[in-house]
Design a protein around this ligand. Structure first.
Ligand code: NAD
Ligand code: MG
Length: 389
């Protein structure tokens, strides 16, 4: 739509993941008629990437872990899909002249580069990769402003806040309230969480997602990252951002205005709705996926988060207060700690401890460049890799 013809050409970074697959489902469903898959990227799941390319017929695909590139080429021979490799392949797709929107659904800080290049090229970015804003929020928002590019939230909480914010002016906002399901360990004590296994932590009560964000949801680090994401995306003072536990995951977040009015966004927990909204904004279209059924008896519950059992939330407020390099250090340490927990090397309660250590030991800088943020990221990864309980 953005070039005057009927199509919106979308590059889906991380198309083989949970968000990426939901995005391709939205595009294939055709409720939003103009959406086309223009480019797809995956890290190593080359078979799934090739299969997706065969059914979505994008202009190109990119495999960032160059390993099995020959296999992808041979699987797509004769289809007309161009096969690119490595990070350059991603950059080529997001900056392509015909690309209208980029959905960044890569997991971890690895998603920052593609979002950055897309914003720099003036593209509209639908951001699922919250780590981009945790690592480099102020720099990313400044880049978008300078280039006149648009950053739209995909994270369900931020999509909800984005929608609710349309009910009033910026100065009329009293606070935003992010909802959290509480994860699989809501109501548990620290003593009960000492021997939690990856299998237990990977069972999320309401959302089906990739492994990293599922563990983040169990430690509440996901909510911590989201609080930081909201701080930069909506330019909110940290003391205006709150978290409430809402086990049903029906209200995706709320905005309270100065007069006491609270505006919430409700829908069943399914990412296809916020994904589609970010791909079609400002338009709305019929969306695949479940709809809210209010004819069945149901209730919504709310409770404050248990910050003693889940210290990740306090880390978020500290990181927001400090700004600078703190977000990059926290995010990198968490990525490594989650990996080590999944590999059985450290315990569940060690994840925030390793993050705490990386935050304390990193060389803080209040006004980092992007280069420095990558150095902090690399050092915090080393620190978290060596960390012992
Ligand atoms: P996932 O693990 O299911 O998929 C990740 C995708 O990124 C895959 O396509 C993978 O090939 C690719 N990838 C992995 N490492 C990469 C690297 N180093 N370089 C390039 N590509 C790489 O993850 P997901 O659950 O879909 O989450 C993706 C992002 O969206 C995360 O930032 C997550 O926090 C965010 N998010 C996810 C959900 C959800 O419901 N899954 C909801 C809100 C936000
Ligand atoms: Mg979320």
């Amino acid at each position: 739509m953005e070039r005057g013809d009927a199509a919106t050409r979308v590059v889906v970074l991380g198309s083989t993941g949970s968000i990426g697959r939901s995005a391709l489902d939205v595009i294939a469903a055709g409720g939003a008629p103009g959406l086309r898959a223009h480019g797809l990227s995956a890290h190593s799941s080359w078979e799934r990437l090739a299969e997706q390319a065969r059914s979505a017929s994008p202009r190109f695909v990119a495999l960032t872990d160059d390993g099995p590139i020959a296999e992808v080429r041979s699987a797509l021979r004769g289809t007309g899909v161009e096969v690119l490799s490595g990070r350059d392949g991603v950059l080529r797709m997001v900056t392509d002249e015909a690309t209208d929107r980029v959905l960044d659904a890569i997991v971890g800080a690895a998603g920052l580069e593609g979002a950055w290049a897309a914003l720099e090229a003036g593209k509209t970015v639908a951001l699922a990769n919250k780590e981009t804003l945790v690592v480099a929020g102020p720099l990313v928002m400044d880049l978008a402003r300078r280039r006149g590019s648009t950053l739209l939230p995909v994270d369900s909480e931020h999509s909800a806040i984005f929608q609710a914010l349309k009910s009033g002016g910026t100065r009329e906002v009293k606070r935003v309230v992010l909802t959290s399901s509480g994860g699989p360990f809501r109501g548990k004590t620290r003593a009960q969480l000492r021997d939690v296994t990856p299998e237990m932590a990977l069972k999320h009560p309401t959302w089906s997602m990739g492994p990293k964000i599922t563990i983040d949801s169990a430690t509440l680090m996901n909510k911590a990252l989201e609080v930081i994401e909201a701080r930069w995306l909506f330019d909110l003072d940290p003391d205006r951002i709150e978290v409430v536990i809402h086990p049903e995951s029906t209200i995706h977040s709320m905005v309270e205005f100065v007069d006491g009015s609270v505006i919430a966004q409700l829908s069943p927990p399914d990412m296809r709705l916020p994904i589609q909204y970010a791909l079609t904004y400002p338009d709305r279209h019929p969306c695949p996926g479940p709809r809210l059924d209010l004819t069945r008896p149901s209730a919504l519950h709310f409770e404050p988060p248990d910050r003693e059992t889940f210290p990740a939330l306090d880390l978020a407020y500290e990181v927001m207060r400090r700004g600078g390099t703190a977000g990059a250090a926290l995010n990198a340490a968490n990525e490594v700690a989650v990996g080590r927990f999944l590999a059985g090397e450290i315990g569940f309660l060690d994840i925030p401890r390793a993050c705490r250590a990386a935050l304390d030991h990193h060389e803080y800088d209040p006004r980092p460049t992007l280069d420095l943020l990558w150095k902090v990221d690399a050092r915090a990864r080393l620190e978290a890799q060596r960390w012992t309980p």
